[in-house]
Design a binder for this molecule. Structure first.
Ligand code: BGC
Length: 726
């Protein structure tokens, strides 16, 4: 870590203009190794001799800044010049000083707005002769206005390529944070795919729109030849409206600006300190006129936390393949240092409920251990002393009362990460936070054994919501108590892994389960049935899942569940002999279903089942994201039940595996691959001469369940058939 933290800032606040810090230095001798440690109050881009240092976009990341601010270390040996060197650093507002959260009153927004655009840095130079020199932030650094005239998370970036600073001043030292500095903990956010323009069209309103054919999170790079002073101005959108016009209302107050004043000649520009969520751009201004813009002028660049891909699903059904692809993109687009609800509107926050429902899927798709470790570190740091966990982490909302199924992320996510990667460290780090959450409920409830008297989001966006409400009809206290039981169960399991005494929680669990059964003798909604079975609370789970089947049939073979019930819906059906109905729901193409949005051109997951209704109308303008990963949680059923690949509690992280596929005749074949820490597991089934053939590849001892036959197999490849044992 930085030996002596010295924070520097511009003498006078530059307002919206992004300051550029510079330090010139001369080296004498040959540098064997050069390493820069740096962090900022805002988002920084550092360069050495004009070349970008590292690949981290939006460094130092999005943490709970009151408690944790990451410091990055970069090896810059290759960027050092022989004699004269210049270090330069832009510091934009980033997550630290932008007007987060968008819909809050301005007093509540910009928690750190009054703090200066500061940085602290230390460059260590190790010479060949064994000596070491440090170039650290201090008053000898200069600050000037940069070409970035405005940069903000929701509102985009305005840059002027013609701007030349006339004033350069000495930086000023100030008292910045020291106690909260921590080494980089998460994955770096980096540029990923480069996406080209797929289609250009003019809307009925006469506007020129470029379509990248894919929702991305990131920015657009413009390559253009221009006269000095000409302008590129773009707007961003996820969808076109019913009439085919450019639609931005669902961005709410997020201005998402892209305004660039060109310098003379050929040039390339992209925003550096912000990001956008979009599929389409509207060309508002372009050198020589909008008509001059061609596809090659623009490239969309996807950014996300740099996680290794570990999961793949391929099937004989092109629509299922498309759905899976959308789930992957939904994850990428919302894993930008924190697991966010959406990447486009004035929100982009680490909503805990969304994170919790998607966590298992996320851990199949990508190696997310490091990503979650960092975010859960923020969750723990932001957790109130009474154990309450916020709606969002980093907790910019500071709600007084936490919500069930949202706060439970503090228990569910560590457990899922442990199961997927097998490392008990995550439980060790989070155990206190996990049981504190359960303790919070115990102390906050007005009726022991239930979670009564709280305020919750309920089955958020459930289709059985009374008209005008966002909350499905499932009873809030029912949901809250069910999650209370589930979190207590996970605290017991985690405690046992860690050899903790969990007697208190075992007793509590029994009290909750008894009280639940005594209070809820009948189930009124699909989600209530789902939770009662999934969390082992139903007196007679078979009967309750049969009741669920009836409810689904009565609704016309349609799901009515929201954020809370949907992730477990198919599991509950297939666990109790109704895999055929689970498949019916998954393969359903009409509204409401996972496949319906594909008929409306979705390239990521939607927030609402009916984000775009059958008649082309939008659900609403105030809350309608087309890039919300939550319903993508269905992929954990595709991996874990359809293909049947699951970790087991006795040997987590796939030290051993369970492989129990649930094939369906409506598909010719289905295949899932998971790159575990122990090697590759593949489960594929296909139809062959009227029966199912199973191709299984496993690197570990696995329990394979085909139909009603269970066998334990050694590492290897197997071909099995449903009817016999060849
Ligand atoms: C977010 C959701 C979140 C919800 C909770 C919304 O604004 O986008 O995904 O979970 O609020 O109420």
């Amino acid at each position: 870590m930085i030996r002596r933290v010295v924070w520097i800032r511009p003498e006078k606040d530059m307002g919206d203009v992004v300051p550029l810090f510079k330090k010139n230095f001369i080296i004498s001798g040959h540098v064997k190794k050069a390493a820069l440690q740096i962090t900022a109050l805002g988002t920084y881009v550092a360069r050495l001799n004009g070349r970008r240092i590292g690949k981290f976009v939006l460094a130092p990341g999005f943490t709970t800044f009151d408690h944790r601010l990451q410091v990055q270390t970069y090896d810059v040996t290759n960027l050092i010049c022989n004699q004269k060197n210049q270090l330069s650093v832009l510091v934009g507002k980033g997550w630290y000083r932008s007007r987060l959260v968008g819909w809050q009153s301005s007093e509540k927004q910009n928690m750190y707005r009054k703090n200066p655009a500061g940085l602290t840095a230390e460059l260590r130079l190790d010479y060949d002769d064994g000596t070491t020199e440090y170039i650290a932030s201090d008053e000898s650094w200069t600050v000037e206005e940069s070409q970035i005239r405005f940069s903000e998370i929701y509102d985009g970036e305005i840059a002027d390529g013609t701007f030349c600073p006339s004033v350069r001043k000495q930086a000023v030292v100030f008292d910045g944070p020291t106690e909260t500095l921590i080494p980089q903990e998460g994955e770096e956010v980096r540029e990923q795919e480069h996406v080209s323009v797929k289609r250009i069209f003019v809307t009925p309103k006469g506007e020129t729109v470029f379509d990248f054919g894919q929702e991305v999170t990131g920015y657009v790079e413009t390559q253009v030849t221009a006269e000095s002073g000409e302008v590129v101005d773009l707007s961003f959108a996820e969808v076109m409206d019913k009439e085919g016009n450019f639609y931005t209302e669902n961005y709410r107050s997020a201005k998402a600006q892209y305004h660039y004043t060109c310098s003379e000649g050929e040039q390339t520009w992209k925003p550096q300190l912000t990001f956008f969520g979009f599929r389409y751009i509207r060309i508002n201004a372009f050198p020589g006129g909008v008509k001059n813009a061609v596809a090659d002028n623009f490239t969309a660049i996807q950014i996300n936390s740099d996680m290794r891909r570990t999961g793949w699903i391929r099937t004989s059904d092109p629509m299922l393949n498309r759905l899976f692809r959308n789930i992957i993109w939904g994850q990428k687009c919302n894993f930008v240092d924190a697991p966010t609800d959406c990447p486009q509107r004035d929100e982009r926050l680490g909503w805990t409920g969304d994170a919790q429902v998607f966590c298992r899927t996320a851990c199949y798709n990508f190696d997310t251990e490091r990503f979650y470790k960092k975010w859960l570190g923020d969750l723990k740091a932001d957790q109130r002393s009474d154990g309450a966990v916020g709606f969002v982490i980093p907790d910019l909302l500071q709600a007084e009362k936490p919500s069930a199924a949202w706060g439970d992320a503090g228990v569910i996510c560590p457990w899922e990460v442990y199961m997927a990667f097998g490392n008990p460290d995550i439980l060790r780090k989070q155990f206190e936070s996990m049981h504190l959450w359960v303790d919070y409920i115990t102390s906050a409830t007005t009726v022991p054994g239930l979670w009564a008297g709280g305020e919750h989001f309920g089955d958020w966006l459930g289709l059985d919501a009374p008209s005008g409400s966002y909350k499905g009809s499932s009873r809030e206290e029912f949901i809250a108590t069910a999650f209370y039981a589930y979190s207590t169960e996970l605290v017991i399991k985690a405690g046992k892994v860690l050899n903790e005494d969990v007697t208190e929680y075992e007793n509590l669990y029994q009290t909750i389960a008894d009280k639940f059964r005594e209070t809820y003798t009948e189930y009124q909604t699909q989600t209530e049935c789902v939770l009662a079975v999934q969390f082992h609370l139903a007196e007679n789970p078979q009967k309750t899942s049969d009741q669920l089947v009836d409810m689904i049939h009565k609704a016309g073979d349609q799901l009515q569940t929201g954020f809370v019930g949907t992730p477990y819906l198919l599991h509950v059906l297939s666990d109790y002999g109704h895999a055929d109905l689970a498949w019916t729901l998954l393969l359903r193409k009409e509204y409401p279903s996972w496949l319906y949005p594909l008929s409306k051109g979705a390239t990521t997951m939607w927030e609402h089942w009916d984000g775009i209704m059958q008649n082309g109308d939008f659900w609403s303008a105030d809350m309608n994201s087309f890039n919300h990963y939550a319903y993508g949680a269905v992929a954990d059923w595709m991996y874990g039940t359809a293909a049947g690949i699951r970790p087991v509690e006795e040997a987590p992280g796939y030290a051993q595996a369970l492989i129990a596929p649930h094939p369906d005749k409506r598909l010719d074949w289905f295949e899932a691959t998971v790159m575990t820490r122990h090697g590759k597991i593949v489960s594929r089934w296909s139809q062959e001469d009227g029966r199912f053939r199973f191709d299984i590849e496993t690197p570990v001892i696995s329990t394979v369940v085909i139909g009603n036959k269970t066998r334990v197999v050694q590492p290897g490849r197997y071909v099995l058939y449903a009817a016999d044992d060849s």
